[in-house]
Design a protein around this ligand. Structure first.
Ligand code: UDP
Length: 323
């Protein structure tokens, strides 16, 4: 199939492009390279450098490529940054999705797999999180993704769009070639590994007074390769609607830190810091629907596997892609 893939220079988009190409699909990457890395774009893909905030370039690229489906990864994805500057998130994430869907409809392309997030739920009262829980985001990042989902549902109802919403939990891990490189890095595992590499003195744990077993936030860490696989299954099975992508098991910040100490064999000093605004205490998925409908099962998402893959990548790329 021909896949038009936005955000192919980013973390999850680059891993998914590589998997699509490995499986014989044809990929056009549309990306403004603002936050991603040209080096992460698979050389087998056709790269169009363009900004989704503008209507014309994406409309022209979709029209010229005539894809069978669109995978939409390109977005800002940092909770803290979105709390500091909400409008930046709505402008980038919502405008980008609107222009992309308009471009699709104008060219008669119906199928889209959208990178959504567990942040669209906010902090639900019950765990594990199923897809039918109310969506009440606690930060503008989650709100911006929810707005995209809602927009696409209307486009489905009124214009025949065929959307899948993959609601990722915490993407992490790496492949041999591709890993996580954000500037500034805000994510837990790369920040811990930076300390293990001696590139930072200590890692800050944001809050140890949450109502969780050890007081630190609980998240559901899912290997980027497992996420990529779910996209292909959603495409092959033509599965529309929402799917949570997580392991079904939560892991606290302190547990992640312990796993990193064990895998790296390094001490990794840590200090307790204030809570980060917008962080819910505990989020983990029910992966039942994805398993039942997509036949998806995380294979590389044991925390030890995630950390060892990430550690391999960061050791080989101590300065990320840029070096
Ligand atoms: N976290 C932390 N120190 C860091 C980065 C993150 O304690 O340097 C915590 C953060 O507060 C959250 C969890 O680790 O509870 C996962 O955060 P991350 O930014 O990796 O992903 P998010 O859950 O925000 O998508």
């Amino acid at each position: 199939m021909k896949i038009f893939l936005t955000g192919g220079s980013g973390y999850i988009g680059s891993v998914t492009s590589a998997l699509l190409l490995d499986r014989g699909h044809e990929v056009m990457v549309f990306d403004n390279l603002e936050r991603g890395h040209r080096e992460a774009v698979d050389p087998r893909a056709q790269l169009v450098v363009g900004d989704l905030k503008e209507e014309r370039p994406v409309a022209e690229a979709v029209k010229a490529f005539k894809p069978d489906a669109v995978f939409h990864f390109a977005a800002y994805a940092l909770v803290g940054e979105s709390m500091a500057d909400p409008m930046m998130y709505f402008r980038n994430n919502v405008t980008g999705a609107v222009n992309l869907v308009n471009a699709m409809l104008a060219s008669g392309v119906k199928r889209i797999v959208f990178s959504s997030t567990c942040a669209t739920y906010g902090q639900p009262d019950t765990m594990p999180m199923t897809e039918d829980l109310p969506q009440r985001p606690t930060n503008p990042y989650g709100e911006s993704k929810l707005m995209c989902e809602r927009m696409m549902r209307w486009a489905q109802e009124r214009s025949g769009l065929e959307p899948t919403f993959l609601r990722y939990f915490n993407a992490c891990g790496a492949t041999e070639r591709l890993g996580e490189d954000h500037a500034p890095e805000t994510h837990l595992i790369p920040n811990i590994l930076k300390v293990a590499l001696g590139k930072a003195e200590s890692v800050q744990l944001f809050g140890d007074d949450y109502p969780t077993e050890d007081g630190t936030c609980v998240r559901d860490y899912i290997h980027v390769s497992d996420l990529a696989e779910a996209h292909l299954l959603a495409l092959e099975k033509h599965a529309l609607g929402a799917f949570n992508l997580g392991t079904g098991k939560g892991c606290s910040v302190k547990e992640v830190l312990s796993a990193c100490r064990e895998i790296t064999g390094r001490e990794i000093p840590a200090t307790i810091a204030p809570r980060r605004p917008g962080d819910p205490a505990c989020l983990y998925a029910s992966a039942a629907k994805a398993e039942k409908v997509l036949g998806w099962k995380p294979r590389e998402s044991a925390i030890e596997t995630i950390v060892s893959h990430a550690w391999n990548w960061h050791r080989r790329h101590p300065d990320g892609y840029g070096a």
